[in-house]
Structures are given as structure tokens and as C-alpha cells.
Design a protein around this ligand. Structure first.
Ligand SMILES: *Cc1c(COP(=O)(O)O)cnc(C)c1O
Length: 459
């Protein structure tokens, strides 16, 4: 089964492969879940119970799907009918994850892929080709920064980095080959919240889409599309999976961007990747609004191949079911830890978007619902050497390069995740040498506070 949610309508294209089927049936039904709230959607959206009556979402562990006959097969390949061909492109378990993510983000269609990193790369190469430009925030996840700074330029795509708090810098950096603007909600590791609507205004004034990496907030805290984002990226690996047990990413298309305005030749020129299709001009309703998501699926996902496994898709569906509960507790625990560190005599500074004096607080408290997330960063008065000692001696916190686990995690980004950056680049993105990054888990908050106190005392 294939779900394309467009605007307020779900298009269910039922592709049955059992022999009693008379062919593909297309039903257009009102959005059944529109009235439901986040917690309910997190448990139910996107699943329609199949003929085994399984209550849990089944894992369809298959590489390929039967064609009913040669006509059916050729129709599927020509996009005349939508249906399952091969798991690199689509899978019924993954479709539940994608439909649920679309509902939770308030988007029109989603594509789940192998990792957050693949989600970012697939997004960029769907929008831009050699000679094109992206204007991006300078405060980015380390892997994203390297992809933009060192890999995309080798493919001929330039990235101009600007200050996310100066929308005018985005405006000034845009040239006639710019294809998108790119920001993170709460940036890693500086924990600055970028007000989305200000950058979305710049993007839309210039006929460009805004891409937002919303990994640190998840749709439970913030739905970027409501603030003007056109494309939302989530690393599912983090809080959505929630247990540090699988890698995955998701791209959600708001379904509202007009690709036909002349700024995106990849959408208006015949595409050699797909029968000469002009994505912004030739797609039938109701597929036209999700031209971007369709191109992600049929061009990079199909031909570069960073697909998610159905088993991992299932893990992320499990994660989504408890996301509201976990994000609430992550946020509560992080707030308690941040407040404690703020008062600590050995701590020089603390950043948490939920602290009233934090530079991000005014905008974050306006845009975020349900909490400020699970990340806290701080610097000890002892500086770099103390930071290293804290990490080497602290209990409970696991020293790993991950965030968003149910367990608390600790990292020194300057010497690990962001070590590809020069000291100057680190400073420009607000990353100081002594910064310690905490991903606050679901342990009892007093145990976390005591562990931090002991490590600070001994370092
Ligand atoms: C982890 C992360 C990514 C990359 O996701 P992976 O699933 O690890 O590839 C991208 N952006 C942010 C903000 C992240 O935290």
C-alpha cells in the first residue's frame, strides 16, 4: 500500500499482489487522522492493518515484490501506477514510518533513508547540481559541515556559510545559482536556536525553499513547516529512535513549494533520470505538490541507493510511539541539570535554550512546544584540561559520539565530532575548546546531577 498525503487528503493507492485482485484501486479519502493530536498520531498514523490482522506493524523483510503481469510491471516503472517494485525504493514497513513522519511533521510526503547524513545529501543533490549554490548556517552538525565544506564543492556545488542570527547575511549571500537555504533548529553543539520564520521569509522572497534539520527538536517540540520550512530533515538515529540502536534519516516535503518559478532547472527541464519528466510541470494531481519527495525517491534513492532497512524502519516506528513521553522527560531532566550547572561554582558557563538568560531563550520559548530538548552544553572554569578529565572520570554518562539515547551521553566535540574543523572554523561556529556536550537521558535527574558534581570535584 502506498500513501501520498497531499494537503488535507490521503491518496491511498492499493497495490494488491494476490491473485483475486482485479487491479489497482485508487481511493481518495478524507484525512482520517486530521482531528487527532500528536500523541495519538505517534501511535496510529500511517498504519492500516493488513490482511494478517497484525496489531504491530509487520516487518516486510523482502527485497522485491511480484509483478502481476508484464503490463503491471511496465506501468509501475513508468509511474503510471504506484506500487511496490524493490525495497531500495519502497517497502510497506518503511511506508508506515514515512506516513507517520509526514503526519507528525504536518508535511505532505516523507522519504526515509539510511541515515540523517544520507537524508541531507539526497536533499541537496535533488535541489542542486554542479555550478549551483546553497546558503547555509555556519552552526551545523560536524558531519553536515564537512559534507558542505569539503564534499559538495568537489561535486561543483558551493556552500556559502553565514551567521544564522543575521537573516540579512542569507539575503546577501544568495546569487542566481542559489537553490536553497539551509539551517538547523537547535544547532549542534552550540545549542543556538535559529528563528525559522525569519530565514523562511528571506528564502521565499527569493523564490527559494528553506531546508531545516530538525533533529535536535523532533516534531514533538517544533514543527518547522508551521514556521515556513519547505523541507524538514530528521536524523531518526537520535531522539526518534531514542535508544541508540539504529541509524536512519527522514526527509519530509511540506508539499507547498512551487518549483515551477524558474529557480530550479532540475524541476523544470526534462530529467534524463526519469523518462525526460519535468517534475514541476508534468506530474498529475495529486502528485504535483510532492514533486520534491518524488524526485528524492526516484532519483537519488533509486540510483545512489542509501535506503533504510525495513528492520530499522520498524525500530523507528517503535521509537515514535513513545516520542512524546520521552521528549517531555528528556526536556525536564535537561532543564534540571542546566539549572544546577548554572549555580555550580566550578562551571564558567552553561547553554540551554530553556534557561531564561540564554541568548536563544526569547525565540525558542516562542517557537518550541513541550520543552527545550535534551541537550545541555557547558564549560568548566578549568578549561580544556578540566573538560578532558571530567569526560574521563564521570560515571553514568557514556562517552560516545551520539545524542538522543535514553541513556545520558557525554562528548568533547572540539577533539572529536568537530575535529575536522580548524580552530578558526570552530571559533566561527561558536564552538569553544572547553565545551562539554551532554545528551541528558531518562535516568533519575538527581543521579545525573550527583555524577556531574563528583566529576567536577575530581577534575
Ligand atoms: C546525528 C545528526 C545528523 C546525522 O545523522 P546520522 O543519522 O548520524 O547520519 C545530522 N544532523 C544532526 C543535527 C545530527 O544530530
Amino acid at each position: 500500500m502506498f500513501f501520498w498525503k497531499t494537503h488535507r487528503i490521503i491518496v491511498t493507492i492499493v497495490n494488491t499482489t494476490n491473485t483475486t485482485a482485479t487491479g489497482n484501486k485508487i481511493t481518495i479519502a478524507p484525512m482520517s487522522t486530521a482531528a487527532h493530536r500528536f500523541e495519538t498520531l505517534a501511535l496510529h498514523a500511517g498504519q492500516s492493518v493488513d490482511n494478517t490482522l497484525s496489531r504491530g506493524v509487520p516487518v516486510y523483510r523482502t527485497a522485491s515484490y511480484l509483478f502481476k503481469n508484464t503490463e503491471h510491471a511496465s506501468n509501475l516503472f513508468a509511474l503510471k501506477e504506484l506500487g511496490n517494485i524493490y525495497t531500495r525504493l519502497m517497502n510497506p514497513t518503511t511506508e508506515v514510518l514515512e506516513a507517520r513522519m509526514s503526519e507528525l511533521e504536518g508535511g505532505a510526503a516523507s522519504v526515509a533513508v539510511a541515515s540523517g547524513t544520507a537524508a541531507i545529501f539526497n536533499t541537496i543533490i535533488t535541489l542542486a547540481e554542479a555550478g549551483d549554490n546553497i546558503v547555509a548556517s555556519r552552526n551545523l552538525y560536524g558531519g553536515t559541515y564537512t559534507q558542505f565544506d569539503a564534499i559538495l564543492p568537489k561535486l561543483g556545488i558551493t556552500v556559502t556559510f553565514v551567521d544564522p542570527f543575521k537573516p540579512e547575511e542569507f539575503e546577501q549571500a544568495i546569487n542566481e545559482r542559489t537553490r536553497a537555504l539551509y539551517i538547523e533548529t537547535i544547532s549542534n553543539p552550540t545549542l543556538n536556536y535559529t528563528p525559522i520564520s525569519a530565514i523562511a521569509d528571506v528564502a521565499h522572497r527569493n523564490g527559494l525553499p528553506l531546508v531545516v534539520d530538525a533533529t535536535f527538536t523532533t516534531p514533538f517540540l517544533l514543527r518547522p513547516i508551521e514556521h515556513g520550512a519547505d523541507i524538514v530533515i530528521n536524523s531518526l538515529t537520535k531522539w526518534i529512535g531514542g535508544h541508540g540502536s539504529a541509524i536512519g534519516g527522514c526527509i519530509t516535503d511540506a508539499g507547498t513549494f512551487n518549483w515551477a518559478k524558474g529557480r530550479h532547472p532540475l524541476f523544470t527541464e526534462p530529467d534524463a533520470n526519469y523518462h525526460g519528466l519535468r517534475w514541476a510541470l508534468d506530474l498529475p494531481e495529486p502528485l504535483a505538490p510532492i514533486a520534491f519527495a518524488l524526485r528524492v525517491r526516484t532519483v537519488p534513492l533509486r540510483n545512489i541507493g542509501a535506503c533504510i532497512s525495513p528492520d530499522n524502519a520498524w525500530i523507528f516506528i517503535q521509537g515514535l510511539e513513545t516520542l512524546p513521553l520521552r521528549m517531555t522527560r528528556h526536556s525536564e531532566n535537561a532543564m534540571l541539570v542546566a539549572r544546577h550547572l548554572q549555580k555550580h561554582p566550578e562551571v564558567a558557563w552553561v547553554r540551554y535554550p530553556g534557561l531564561e538568560g540564554d541568548p536563544s531563550y526569547p525565540a525558542a520559548s516562542k517557537d518550541l512546544n513541550n520543552g527545550f530538548g535534551g541537550m545541555v552544553v557547558f564549560g568548566a572554569k578549568g578549561g580544556y584540561d578540566t573538560a578532558i578529565k571530567i569526560i574521563d572520570t564521570i560515571k553514568i554518562f557514556s562517552h560516545v559520539a551520539n545524542v538522543g539515547d535514553a541513556k545520558s551521553l557525554i562528548l568533547h566535540p572540539a577533539s572529536t565530532s568537530h575535529s575536522q574543523m580548524t580552530e578558526e572554523q570552530q571559533r566561527a561556529s561558536g564552538l569553544s575548546r572547553e565545551l562539554i556536550r551532554l545528551s541528558i537521558g531518562l535516568e533519575h535527574p538527581l543521579d545525573l546531577i550527583e555524577a556531574l558534581d563528583r566529576a567536577l570535584k575530581n577534575s
